[in-house]
Design a protein around this ligand. Structure first.
Ligand code: NDP
Length: 528
């Protein structure tokens, strides 16, 4: 079924082909560059094309970014914050077009596109309000009390490369780019080739907000070409994507001796304890597992339920899942949209089919829905899953979740931690203190109590990232800003060199220093 119509890309939107062409024209690649076709998951039809940048293009873009950064780095944090607040305002005001472009490129439901749009202004306001305090010079204890002092200063690293994936193309690019800019850096962003238009639309908004030219630029094209070229030019890379690509990025960053932050995959556990309200937990499971058709790095894919709550939870979860409406509309109707493309549909279908072949039971879903859209797949619940099957061990990144009964909280914790990943987990209980105590035993960068992921992600003041194969470094909070600065310690002596004064015997000085060290250790223990 074709939904394209005249100059409009898809009948239900106001997006015009000309607008996408205008956005692609922001990339100043030469005419002779090959281009990459962009297709929409709504219909699998081409909607436009973007230039495939070469390594030379990337080097040119970073050069311009570096020149622009010099003045930006000298601006005050408040001057930079004012522009970022304007970006937040523009994202809210221009949300109609942003929602359409996100939906067009990803096939996600409008509700889930809205989560992205609303996240960006909050991130802008958080860093705009807190950045100056986080980046202010900090006094630290000197080498010797009264005699010396130490101050730490924070300088931008220079040019930050942001490499982002297709699943949350707006949120994930901006959540890394905003603090990088606030810290005084230039940003060059490489979006996934399937979701470049939304990144280009953001570049448009930065320009309208008054960000000086060349400080936020986009390079488009294939990751295997553009990614390494970017890594060879920038001073820090903030990468979000799969664990295997993350290892490649970390290797190259290591060789180039630049810092990197890596936000990678997960196989997130959800623990339903014996005192949990099963209806609430089931609602949370349906929201967590099927948001963005399960293409969410924080989504639960393994649910461990206390055997005393198992039947009640499973009934409620199946009921909540069957009530979800799958559909493709540029409006707030359907709950679950499409997968990104046919290759990903094959992965998701393969996980389910091999689990069923290994003896798993399907309680809900388990079918592709080409009648709704070419890559749609029903929200799927599995039980009796073989612990060695792919769906039990590998990240599915689709609307598929497995439910396992456990004998109690100790087994739930043990099985939750039996994974190479450690991104996000949730604990469900009627006793929040107990939930927090269990959370401390779970090897994940975020653990939410009585919510699947939103309370963790939306706590912008708190760091977010992964243990183990789920990544390195943290985004959000002060940690998410300080990763983009070089720290410098300025230490001052009030008495000249900290050494024996002229004429003092070395033996006397050694005794003096031993005594002083003892006093200093006591003072360090007593003083705050
Ligand atoms: P990929 O790792 O395949 O791609 C991510 C980005 O890296 C894309 O822009 C891609 O470009 C680019 N890329 C590809 N090869 C290289 C390379 N050699 N060097 C540098 N960049 C490269 O991720 P997926 O598309 O599979 O995205 C889904 C994954 O992302 C899942 O595993 C998910 O869990 C994870 N993720 C993690 C999040 C977190 O915060 N922890 C959040 C969201 C997703 P292109 O595709 O254009 O080739």
């Amino acid at each position: 079924m074709s939904r394209t119509s005249g100059s409009r890309i898809v009948e239900e939107t106001t997006l015009e082909r000309e607008r996408l062409e205008q956005l692609a024209a922001r990339i100043e690649a030469g005419d002779e560059r090959p281009s990459l076709e962009v297709r929409t998951p709504f219909t699998d039809e081409p909607v436009g094309s973007i230039p495939a940048c070469t390594p030379d293009d990337v080097a040119g873009v970073v050069d311009r970014a570096r020149s622009a950064q010099a003045d930006w780095g000298r601006a005050t944090v408040d001057q930079r914050a004012a522009i970022l607040e304007r970006v937040g305002d523009l994202v809210l005001n221009r949300r109609g077009e942003l929602l359409d472009v996100v939906q067009l490129e990803t096939g996600k439901s409008r509700h889930h596109a809205l989560e992205e749009v609303l996240d960006v202004p909050l991130t802008c306001s958080y860093y705009a309000s807190n950045g100056a305090a986080i980046l202010a010079d900090a006094d630290r204890s000197g080498a010797m009390p009264l005699v010396s002092d130490a101050t730490v200063t924070y300088d931008p690293v220079g040019v930050v490369g942001v490499i982002s994936p297709w699943n949350y193309p707006l949120t994930l690019a901006m959540t890394d780019a905003i603090p990088a800019l606030l810290a005084g850096n230039a940003v060059v962003c490489k979006p996934d080739e399937r979701t470049s238009y939304i990144a280009l639309a953001l570049a448009d908004l930065f320009e309208q907000a008054g960000l000086p030219e060349d400080l936020f630029q986009i390079v488009t094209g294939n990751g295997a070409t553009v990614g390494p070229a970017l890594l060879d030019e920038v001073d820090h890379v903030a990468f979000t994507g799969g664990t295997e690509t993350g290892r490649t990025v970390a290797e190259q960053a290591g060789r180039n001796l630049i810092d990197c932050s890596l936000e990678l995959g997960g196989k997130n556990p959800m623990l339903v304890l014996d005192d949990a309200d099963t209806e609430t937990a089931a609602r949370g499971a349906a929201k967590g597992a099927f948001t963005n058709a399960g293409q969410l790095c924080l989504a639960p894919e393994r649910i461990y339920v206390d055997e005393r709550r198992y039947d009640g939870f499973v009934d409620a979860f199946v009921g909540a899942t069957r009530r979800l409406e799958c559909g493709l509309e540029f409006d707030y109707g359907p709950d679950v949209g499409s997968l990104i493309d046919g290759d990903h549909l094959d992965v998701v279908r393969g996980h389910v089919e091999s689990a069923v072949a290994d003896g798993a039971s399907l309680l809900s879903g388990g079918r592709a829905r080409p009648d709704i859209g070419p890559f749609c797949y029903e929200p799927t619940i599995l039980t009796d899953v073989d612990p060695d099957s792919r769906v039990a061990c590998e990240e599915t990144f689709g609307p598929v979740v497995s439910v396992y009964p456990v004998s109690g909280v100790e087994e739930a914790i043990e099985r939750a931690n039996d994974s190479e990943y450690g991104l996000n987990a949730s604990v469900w209980t009627s006793d929040r203190e107990r939930g927090r105590a269990v959370a401390r035993k779970i090897d994940c960068g975020t653990v939410c109590v009585n919510d699947p992921y939103t309370v963790g992600w939306a706590a912008t003041d708190a760091p977010m990232g992964g243990f183990g194969d789920s990544g390195l470094g943290r985004r959000h909070g002060p940690e998410g800003l300080r990763r983009y600065v070089d720290t410098r310690t300025i230490a001052t002596s009030r008495i000249g060199p900290l050494d024996a004064p002229p004429g003092v015997s070395p033996h006397w000085f050694a005794r003096f220093m031993i005594g002083l060290t003892k006093v200093q250790r006591r003072l360090t223990r007593w003083l705050p």
